[in-house]
Design a protein around this ligand. Structure first.
Ligand code: FMN
Length: 142
């Protein structure tokens, strides 16, 4: 059974945003063998992440990620059984600053306020899907 999970969180205080590089490396290393794919967005101190794959694999990854002290206040926005993947080519795609902007929030969040915690599941899904063409293809080793 394939599922897709979306959550939001905040970079922990005193954690340098350069640590995102390490987070991505670990994501790609761990997601690939578990068949987990998705997209991680980071903007203005907020993370928005899409995880998709087999139900157990996605649940296990999310449980692990939620305990990571490099971010705080993880909030599950949406969890659904799906028929297909939307990010099959990314063991974790990444989009940084500027990609979750006010215009996108106005369009998908129906609000000019930049507050990823206020997104509905459907708005978060639409926002992330609208960015798909911009996600660089990363080579994963192995
Ligand atoms: C915002 C954020 C997103 C993350 N995404 C993933 C992910 O998609 N997959 C994953 O395995 N680990 C992810 N991690 C890292 C995990 O929390 C954990 O540190 C890592 O999987 C441990 O890997 P290791 O045991 O190989 O060191 C993420 C961490 C943060 C803070």
């Amino acid at each position: 059974m394939l599922v897709r999970l979306i959550y939001v969180s905040k970079l922990a205080p005193n954690v340098d945003h350069r640590s995102i590089r390490d987070i991505l490396a670990a994501s790609q290393r761990n997601n690939q063998p578990r068949g987990v794919s998705g997209l991680l967005m980071f903007n203005s101190g907020f993370f928005l992440q899409w995880l998709e794959g087999e139900r157990r694999a996605v649940n296990e990854r999310f449980a692990r990620i939620a305990q990571d002290e490099r971010h705080i206040d993880p909030l599950l926005l949406d969890y659904q059984v799906v028929v297909s993947r939307q990010f099959p080519n990314w063991n974790m795609g990444y989009l940084g600053e500027g990609t979750m902007n006010r215009a996108a929030f106005y369009e998908f969040g129906a609000s000019e306020q930049f507050d990823p915690y206020a997104l509905s599941g459907a708005a978060a899904e639409a926002l992330m899907l609208s960015m798909r063409a911009q996600v660089p293809l990363l080579k994963t080793s192995g």
